[in-house]
Design a protein around this ligand. Sequence first.
Ligand code: MG
Length: 250
Amino acid sequence: MQKQKTAAEIEAMREGGKILAQIFEGLKKQVKAGVTEKELDVWVDAEIKARGAIATYKTDEVKFPAAICISTNEQIVHSIPSDYVLQDGDVVSFDLVITYKNMKTDSAFTMVVGGKPNGVQKHLIQATERSLYAGIDAIKGPVRVGDIGAAIEKVLSDAKLGIIRELVGHGVGHEMHESPEIPNYGRKGTGPLLAPGDTIAIEPMATLGGEKISVEDDGWTISTWDGSIAAHFEHTVLITEDGAEILTQL
Ligand code: MG
């Protein structure tokens, strides 16, 4: 069960989610060959401040050393922006949490630098994004967590992608991570019941290879164990009486 959010708190998440989506729209234009991950982090950090929001990762609650996670190629999530210079054909995932009017929203997307994905990259990215929307579409008002996971899992398994099972979606709002956990697999009709007013982050992660992960020496970066390429899409979603409202989109 989540702590109940007031109408004003949900409205703050709606506004924060729009800000996050606007930052992502601008960020997509900044991503090009020759730019470093650190330069993108600096750009995002300035955008967050300019819009009156807070970079949640940098707060004492999280203590991540940057405003945004930038995970490239075999990196899946939580990667610290580095001096690595992006090249055409790199698969890059961006994951961002902002706090606006004390409320948190969380979103992620994956893109290919240069905008010309090869066949397998396109398959990975499109199917992972499709699985996110399948998870959201499974919400028809009150819903069990397993209904969402089953919908995501079906798309990813049909696409023959590796499903990252050790990392999960989650409730979000007052805190960056609230209950319940939202796995990217599951069985229909099982798991905790989500009710109208609950807000969750749904975030499928998938790979072109296996499902095993490894944590790098920096203690943050999570990569595929077999070095295969990964993708990650995420939205913060409000459960409504008869469906879901995506908060982190324009
Ligand atoms: Mg998340």
